[in-house]
Design a binder for this molecule. Structure first.
Ligand SMILES: NC(=O)c1ccc[n+]([C@@H]2O[C@H](COP(=O)([O-])OP(=O)(O)OC[C@H]3O[C@@H](n4cnc5c(N)ncnc54)[C@H](OP(=O)(O)O)[C@@H]3O)[C@@H](O)[C@H]2O)c1
Length: 344
């Protein structure tokens, strides 16, 4: 049985199977999206770099297993010549689906990947006959403060103006980003929250639910030429509620450590000043800014008029909740995935 066969039965075949060029297939959402597309009967050609995965740890054999059923081509997504020669290879494609994203969020990497590589891929895709693009973006670009958000927005604009049919999907928080404390809590340590633990809220979405949503953008006319914020099922939840549920699942009394946001501000300010002298610290300063952003901004639809986040206005999809996932982690039925960085 392949992973594609293991996906839920509600992933029905597409009425119009297409030839899809998929970017970012070796990432968390990319691999789930590859399977969702395959499950619907699309032909999937993935474009990956030679050393893929977190820290470049994925071997060619791992990659083959992970993307079983898809074709994997290897090259450099930041190089127009490689995209044409190694990726599209002069062939015809119907759709471009991208789950490509900077793994670090550092400004140079974000502009190279979230913007420039996407611009190159879009040009190459258009030459290959692509008429439809599905882009995985992020809900946080609605309040763009960080370099990676600005890079994503800049490419969204290119896509909006491309004349191609597009679906720009802006999800809320992923499960992996909300599971980093499961191990420390299991070891008996307190759950860390910023402020009182209710400064932010989100509607977490599972990898498979988001992948299904992305794949369905190819067929759903209502998702065409739209920017689509999307969360998972159920109510919005705060970090405090995440901690409380985790302790309940472990059968232990809840214990929190409250970290003042002012501490993050001090780290950001110190690294920001030092970063003007030492370039390596400028990267760390950006990561600290990313951490501060997620400590204080909700991953929900932002009402531009009031400047407030609105859970009720944030659409939901799918069936798996974060608390279902926590239960599976606690039962040892799932393993937490950590990225190159743990803040987003
Ligand atoms: N985490 C969250 O809670 C959250 C919430 C909302 C939106 N998002 C957004 O969702 C997107 C995808 O997230 P994810 O967790 O699936 O990302 P991920 O696991 O980090 O995967 C990123 C993908 O991009 C590829 N990539 C990165 N740099 C590359 C390079 N230089 N050359 C070639 N390929 C490169 C990676 O390939 P390799 O395997 O070769 O590195 C990987 O396939 C991001 O844009 C993120 O901002 C995240």
């Amino acid at each position: 049985m392949t992973l594609a066969d293991a996906l839920p039965a509600e992933l029905a075949p597409s009425p119009n199977p297409r030839r899809v060029f998929l970017l970012g297939a070796t990432g968390t959402i990319g691999r789930a999206t590859a399977h969702a597309l395959l499950r619907r009967g699309h032909e999937v050609v993935c474009f990956a770099r030679p050393r893929a995965g977190v820290g470049g740890a994925l071997t060619a054999a791992d990659r083959g297993r992970l993307l079983d059923g898809a074709t994997v081509r290897v090259g450099d997504v930041t190089d127009a010549a490689s995209l044409a020669r190694d990726g599209f290879r002069g062939g015809r494609f119907d759709a471009l689906v991208s789950c490509l994203a900077s793994r670090t969020g550092a400004p140079d990497d974000a502009w190279a990947i979230d913007h420039r590589a996407h611009v190159l891929a879009l040009e190459a895709a258009r030459r290959a006959g692509v008429s439809q693009v599905v882009l995985l973006s992020a809900i946080c670009v609605q309040k763009p403060v960080l370099a990676f958000q600005q890079a994503k927005l800049a490419f969204e604009k290119v896509l909006l103006e491309s004349g191609l049919r597009y679906s720009i999907v802006r999800p809320t928080a992923f499960f992996k980003s909300l599971s980093g404390q499961v191990e420390r809590v299991r070891r008996g340590q307190p759950f860390l929250v910023f402020g009182n633990g209710t400064l932010t809220a989100c509607k977490p979405i599972s990898d498979d639910d988001l992948a299904a949503y992305l794949a369905d953008c190819l067929d759903d006319r209502d998702r065409a030429d739209r920017i689509l914020p999307i969360g998972g099922p159920g109510d919005a939840i705060t970090p405090l509620q995440q901690g409380e549920r985790l302790f309940a699942l472990l059968g232990r009394p809840a214990r929190f450590r409250h970290v003042p946001v002012a501490l993050l501000d001090a780290v950001v300010a110190t690294l920001g000043s030092a970063g003007r002298v030492v370039p390596a610290l400028a990267r760390k300063a950006e990561l600290a800014r990313i951490g501060r952003y997620y400590a204080t901004e909700s991953m929900l639809v932002l009402d531009p008029a009031s400047g407030r986040y609105n859970a009720a206005a944030t659409p939901s999809t799918g069936s798996e909740t974060l608390f279902d996932y926590y239960a599976r982690l606690v039962a040892g039925e799932a393993g937490p995935e950590r990225g190159d960085h743990a803040v987003f």
